[in-house]
Design a protein around this ligand. Structure first.
Ligand SMILES: Cc1ncc(COP(=O)(O)O)c(C=O)c1O
Length: 353
């Protein structure tokens, strides 16, 4: 188990030394000041609530207060990014020395961990999940090196759909001498499986969540990293000052107000997922449907390329994962609206190999 000071030693020395860009607005919290500090246009183009002639709050204080309340953490434990993709990139840039350090991933998994690592010239150590999509801890601990600074655990995992047991995550947290990122992009579909409760015990834990999936705001581009306040301060130092725009923050505030509606939408999607599973399992082109803690199903077909193209020719786009490890002939299918799911089944019923 790492202490906070050991964790902070993992920050790249140049990032530790970095003096972040500071705007006058960073320190300003008052209401009616005359703002002549940021070379903005003083006129707002619209006479409504959306004031876009001014830069947004670089620390997104209002949004963080509301998120802190919902997630039962402190606002200082929250980083907001331009999607959780921004947090993935920042974590790699803060902790991994280009051309020296590595990250670890468990494949098949979300592709952006590798992409961000490669952009930053950081090596990727790839560990293949077990056949039941669980993590092979022994293989992981044998395969990492002292230069492996960050491990990404996607839970629930994209594209396999399963969440990792909290015990597995804790075993990694207590033994791994680096940053443990648990990407919970799909956690709102199985909130009881979150690792957020471990946050106060492990200073090397970063939990990623997003407003892009269950919260129905993929277009707003807002993701969250939860971590120790010192880690959050490090990410804040490196991010672009105004990384989330006023329209996105405004949409976020509206979404938080109608959180209870969102929760009932989420349970509708979860029941629709199970209905879709039953209907898929009856099709002759489907060999098996894997268990899912998320809003998509990984489906093993008789011939993924052929089924994929058949669906595409009939106006339905799914994700072909057949070239991913352990995913031979698998398609990843997002749970849509009831009529979209019915159309999918109807078309698959007419598929002939
Ligand atoms: C596991 C996982 N993490 C992160 C993301 C990206 O989320 P965001 O829209 O917040 O950048 C996705 C999107 O598909 C995902 O599947």
């Amino acid at each position: 188990m790492m202490t906070l000071s050991e964790t902070l030693e993992l920050v790249r020395p140049n990032i530790m030394r970095l003096k972040p860009y500071s705007s006058a607005r960073n320190e300003f919290t008052g209401g009616n000041a005359i703002l002549l500090d940021a070379n903005e246009n003083p006129y707002n183009l619209w006479n409504d609530d959306l004031i876009v002639n001014r830069y947004p709050d670089p620390q997104q204080r209002e949004a963080k207060l509301k998120i802190a309340e919902i997630k039962e953490v402190s606002p200082e434990q929250i980083f907001l990014g331009n999607g959780s993709d921004e947090a993935v990139d920042l974590i790699i840039r803060c902790f991994c020395e280009p051309s020296t350090d590595s990250i670890a991933i468990f494949s098949p998994t979300y592709g952006m961990y590798s992409v961000c690592a490669e952009v930053n010239n950081v090596q990727v150590k790839e560990f293949i999940l077990n056949n039941d999509f669980s993590i092979n801890l022994q293989q992981f601990f044998n395969g990492i090196s002292p230069s492996t600074k960050v491990v990404f655990i996607c839970s629930p995992n994209n594209p396999t759909g399963n969440a990792q047991p909290i015990e597995t995550i804790e075993q990694i947290l207590s033994k791994f001498r680096g940053i443990v990122v648990v990407d919970e992009a799909y956690i709102d579909f199985c909130p009881e499986k979150t690792s957020l409760s471990l946050l106060n015990r492990y200073p090397n834990l970063v939990v990623l969540q997003t407003f892009s999936k269950a919260w129905a705001m993929a277009g707003a581009r807002i993701g969250i990293a939860f971590a120790n306040p010192k880690i959050i301060a490090t990410l804040n130092k490196v991010k672009f000052p105004y990384n989330i725009g006023v329209p996105s923050l405004s949409v976020l505030s509206r979404a938080i107000e109608q959180y209870s509606n969102t929760k009932s939408l989420i349970s509708q999607i979860v029941s629709e997922r199970e209905l879709l599973r039953l209907r898929l399992q009856q099709l002759s082109c489907v060999k098996m449907v894997y268990p899912s803690d998320s809003n998509f199903l990984l489906v093993k077909t008789t011939d993924a390329n052929s089924v994929y193209n058949y669906l595409l020719n009939n106006g339905i786009v799914v994700r072909n994962r057949t070239h991913e490890p352990l995913c031979n002939n698998c398609l990843r299918i997002t749970v849509g609206k009831p009529y979209e799911n019915s159309k999918l089944i109807q078309i698959l019923n007419t598929y002939r190999p």
